[in-house]
Design a protein around this ligand. Sequence first.
Ligand code: SF4
Length: 351
Amino acid sequence: MRYPTNKINLGGVLIGGDAPISVQSMTFTKTKDVKATLEQIKRLHFAGCDIVRVAVPSLEDANALEEIKKNISLPLVADIHFNHKLALIAAKSVDGIRINPGNIGSKERIKEVVKACNERALPIRIGVNSGSLEKEFDIKYGPTAKGMVESALYNIKLLEDLGFTSIKVSLKASDVARTVEAYKMLRPLTNHPFHLGVTEAGTKFHSTIKSSIALGALLLEGIGDTLRVSMTGELEEEIVVGKAILKDSGVVKEGVNIISCPTCGRLEADLVKAVEEVERRVRHIKAPLDISVMGCAVNAIGEAKHADVAIAFGKKEGLIIKKGEVIAKLKENELVDRFIKEVEIEAAKEN
Ligand code: SF4
């Protein structure tokens, strides 16, 4: 069961409580390059991103936010460290701010940022990273889960003491164990929603594995209200993997679940090519369908009984099976097209 957190509103996207778990990403342009940043935001939006974040390390970046916001419909978050003046400028145009109040400086500066966020009802994400803990926590605990949790509690208190509660929290480490431990340790200690992620998770291959293990483990325990898959790779991949984690952990009942066999010596067809083609051609389908693509009749009939649509490849031919009933026997090169057609028919029934 999902942990019952507070609900916050980030530019129209609700986070926490019973709101759907959103998928976020971040551009990697210089934010002051408005044209390039808008292009990346457009790509992320098209890929299905729910919330986009941009880095704001300089005054020029902060000043570019107004123009960026005017040209997009995705909620926009400004990522700011150390300089509260940049947060004050950003707060005039963005939908949310990611800071660590602890590295913003004096209480007066934090107060100014909170006032600016309150004026426009902007939420703040307290983004704790194991690699950049405040000195006092780093000295006392090192870059441990405990250190991350203590830093988060300290930062939460700074905001709550000012009466500010539109908060979400992230606790990111670059490895699975510390990330999971930190989120689980903090979960019973606050009701603010959590933004999940493993930071600096590496290339597509490693990030997919690390994020799937960590985020999957947390989601299965009902922890997590929004997430980002951090990846050294193409923008769209973060969204594809993030959505797949939500789907395959059973949190989201949307999209096609593909069952395919690992192949073996009984295989008489090019199954790898066929499954890749099927995966590509059903990616747009939102209906929650189970489809199966199997290399021979040994397991195909059993799997097909539970699938909405199935293919059982044979020698130069194969069967199309719907809800356990064989509906066609076709030549190998006709199977995928007919299969996709039948999947689309089933998807239309669900809409
Ligand atoms: S379905 Fe057939 S080809 Fe595929 S792994 Fe099983 S026995 Fe082998």
